[in-house]
Design a protein around this ligand. Sequence first.
Ligand code: PHE
Length: 375
Amino acid sequence: MSFPENTVPDVVMAPDTSVVPDAATVQTLLDAALQAIAATNDSATLAAAKYQHTGDKSPLAMANGAIGNLPPDERRAAGQLIGQARSQIAAAFTERATQITAVELAAKLHAETVDVTLPTPGHRPGALHPITQMLERMADIFVAMGWEVAEGPELEAEWLNFDALNFTPYHPARFMSDTLFIDPLSSHKLLRTHTSPVQIRALLERELPVYVVSPGKVFRADEYDATHLPVFHQLEGLAVDKGITMAHLRGTLDQLAQALFGADIRTRMRPHYFPFTEPSGEVDLLCFVCHGESVGNPEHPCRTCRSEGWIEWGGCGIVNPKVLAACGIDTEQYSGFAFGMGVDRTVMFKAGAGDLREFVEGDVRFDAQFAGGVL
Ligand code: PHE
């Protein structure tokens, strides 16, 4: 629909505002108003016409006001005459307003049409966080060997995090400086300090034999610096079966190291102490950058292992029979091994990142480097 050019005619003014116009004059005013309305073509001209023909100062409004000046017996007829004219004008306005609104809306919709199928610039595809990628990758390696993934809560019972794992009541790891306890202390709840409580949960919940890995967040009241985060990630592993030995543990750790870092990478163990494994060891990874060749070779230093040839990876050991017994397992028949390693450290080495904080500070330029699963 289109409208002619704005041709609002001049309003015919009543000659004397104190006198009620006669029928012919009212007709002229009515015609002028209707013509003006018909000539409008947008809401602005319509508003102008409305003001001119129905506003307080318009001839018909004035005429209406002058009715009181008439002798009483003439007022009714005059009121009817003017009232009818005014309501015709009001109806014409409403109708025109409806038409104009429809046309203006159609024009606006047309002008604002958006082609949602056009490609948009600058939207990079999202990606899983590198730590999530590594957790999934490590778990997948075990799933491929027939293990199951077990998860436990981050808010854990003190008993499962410590007592059931054979920590004595005054073991230093329980002290407030390491452990984030939940208020009130009498709730005996804490943010788990390691993924090892999932070992207990798995042994209590599952049928033997048990082969589970448990990836997840752990919490310690640690410094926040280049090599420490108060919230970090571990991958826990537990195998309990008949005839499990240290050799199975060694083979499993080497298998993990090779799947992640290459066929020529192996692990080594150093004696250590954990209350829930006996014997216990720390696990080191052969440096996958220098393969140990930087050791005693100052001309070719290695940043990744600081020329030590090995990278500290985690803890491991043969499950302490006390732990198995506490879970109702016959230690004459069954034995097990367990391990737990730092996932964040693994990602940091693999990605060649120098500062753990970069992984949690959320700078998309850092995160974007890992899009597409480059780890
Ligand atoms: N839970 C230990 C830690 O956080 C690691 C570990 C897991 C050690 C399993 C032995 C067996 O340091």
